[in-house]
Design a protein around this ligand. Structure first.
Ligand code: GDP
Length: 529
């Protein structure tokens, strides 16, 4: 197969949802369609379950699963599909944001009863800002839920999307009869008592046909005709260009658990979802069909086996082909590296591969060379943009609890930060180190991992910080910046990349500071132009 057709048949995407909406179940059904797994229950959820074990022990256990589910690849109708796993737990939102830099599109799963939930809102916002094409799947139609039109309204208002239903439910919950597929113009009937795969669809290209009344009864047929008329009156027609530009989001209804409406979703997905997209670097836009290989690290998994310092760096291939045993330039370190056993991912296993294409993810064994965001090329100096850090929500001083192990402690902190577990800030005033995290759970994880993987002990001390803002002086030499640096010295720190950060102790302080020093820009993410 030619290089171009290899690109054209790839679809790399992520499924995002609030925990419990059905992401794992949907993933599993998609894999079943691809023949990548044989039975339900094969995909382990990477969810943090509340249980007997303490949360952070659970996270450790899940870390193993999470390597296995990082990338789930399968073939369907001649396309190669790569699903990138996104943790739903809010404490791991940063991981998900980073993974979203490596997807070409997403499917958003929404629970029909719960509607749009908090995590969905945050994640969709990130996708919307980057114009990532999105398909919405409204799940659990076998349960009593919200009215379909109300839900579509909610999706538009809360998520700021413009939707176009591609399918529409006939009844719901106890009365759920099936779905009408506007895309294929057929009716797919649901038989509630069977949890089996329901594959039979009936072609109803003309909704006024009596066949519809026979299939679902007069009352339901009448209601469906009215609903579809409304749908066609209110919502714009599907337009592929608008979808690909991120301006229109098709919506499907179904029940992942019952494998209902999933095939329709998948069929439409392979037809409309984008092939690997071009990516902006600091230097230029890089297109997937360029000859030369480029890619970037979006995730690092470390120390799965405490006896080896093993790390697996996940690279998304942006352009060209990635080949085994070929020297590539690690741009940040200006160093050539060769990889003898790059891993490609299949449903639940990884295998060494000789060649990978744009859209694919390869896992590279790493001894500490990589950081999240690093770029690899065939020699050209390219730095991919777009893995920003957001302000953490929690801040604590980290102290060394075993003076004999300070080397281990700093090495451990350094590597955990490279992995993106948390953010490190070093205070300008006294060099003290502050760890910022999205969730409180991470402090336990860091403490545990420092001890078990690096033999170092730490303690924490609370620090009252409301937000970290990245400081951009419009003029470094002006008096205003000098005054700011002097007055706020106690609250200034450097992040890991050496960028200046202001640790504001309250919203009020932040506002006052912004007003007092108008020539300084305060950014809420580490990456700005
Ligand atoms: P995730 O947290 O988004 O990965 O959600 P899961 O896939 O683990 O699903 C959460 C729960 O919802 C599980 O108990 C599933 O069995 C259930 N579930 C998923 N899809 C459906 C569905 O279509 N109908 C019903 N009734 N339950 C579902």
């Amino acid at each position: 197969m030619s290089f171009k057709s290899e690109i054209a048949r790839r679809r790399t995407f992520g499924i995002i949802s609030h925990p419990d909406a059905g992401k794992t179940t949907l993933t599993e059904k998609l894999l079943l369609f691809g023949g990548a797994i044989q039975e339900a229950g094969a995909v382990k959820s990477n969810k943090i379950k509340k249980g007997a074990t303490s949360d952070f022990m659970e996270i450790e256990r899940q870390r193993g699963i999470s390597v296995a589910t990082s990338v789930l690849a399968f073939e369907y109708k001649g396309t190669k599909i790569n699903i990138l796993d996104t943790p739903g737990h809010k404490d791991f939102a940063e991981d998900t944001f980073r993974t979203l830099t490596a997807v070409d599109s997403v499917i958003v799963v929404i629970d029909v009863a719960k509607g749009v939930e908090e995590q969905t809102e945050k994640l969709v916002e990130v996708c919307r800002m980057r114009n990532i094409p999105m398909i919405v799947f409204i799940n659990k139609l076998d349960r009593e839920g919200k009215d379909a039109f109300d839900l579509l309204d909610e999706v538009e208002q809360k998520l700021g999307l413009k939707v176009t239903p591609m399918s529409f439910p006939i009844g719901m919950g106890y009365d759920f009869k099936g779905i009408y597929n506007l895309w294929e113009q057929n009716v797919n009937l649901f038989s509630g008592d069977s949890r089996k795969n329901i594959e039979e669809t009936t072609e109803i290209s003309d909704l006024s046909s009596e066949k519809l009344d026979e299939l679902i009864g007069d009352a339901s047929a009448e209601e469906l005709r009215d609903n579809i008329e409304l749908v066609q009156g209110i919502y714009p027609k599907f337009d592929k260009t608008k979808y690909l530009e991120g301006h229109l989001q098709p919506v499907f209804f179904g029940s992942a658990l019952n494998n209902f409406g999933v095939r329709e979703l998948l069929d439409a997905f392979v037809e409309i979802a984008p092939t690997p997209r071009a990516k902006q670097s600091e230097e230029r836009l890089v297109k997937p069909d360029e000859d030369k290989f480029t890619g970037f690290v979006f995730k690092i998994h470390a120390n799965m086996d405490p006896n080896h310092r093993d790390r697996l760096a996940f690279i998304k291939i942006v352009s060209g082909t990635f080949k085994r045993n070929t020297p590539y330039l690690h741009v940040r370190n200006n160093k050539k590296l060769k990889f003898s056993s790059p891993n490609a991912f299949f449903a639940e296993k990884k295998e060494i591969v000789d060649i990978s294409y744009p859209g694919d993810i390869v896992g590279l064994h790493d001894t500490g060379n990589f950081k999240i965001g690093d770029t690899l090329t065939e020699g050209e100096v390219i730095n991919y943009k777009g893995i920003p850090s957001f302000s953490p929500e929690h801040f604590r001083y980290i102290n060394n609890a075993d003076p004999l192990k300070s080397k281990q402690l700093y090495k451990g902190i350094d590597q955990l930060m490279d992995e993106g577990v948390a953010q490190l800030f070093t205070l300008e005033l006294n060099g003290r180190k502050v760890i910022g995290t999205v969730g409180a759970l991470q402090y336990e994880v860091i403490q545990y991992r420092l001890e078990h993987e690096y033999g170092a002990k730490c303690t924490y001390e609370n620090l009252n910080v409301h937000k970290a803002c990245w400081v951009e002086p419009t003029d470094k030499k002006n008096q205003e910046f000098e005054e700011f640096s002097r007055v706020k010295q106690r609250f200034l720190a450097k992040d890991k990349r050496g960028q200046l950060v202001f640790l504001a102790d309250s919203m009020f302080t932040l506002q006052m500071t912004q007003q007092k020093y108008p020539s300084i820009i305060f950014h809420f993410t580490s990456e700005y132009d």
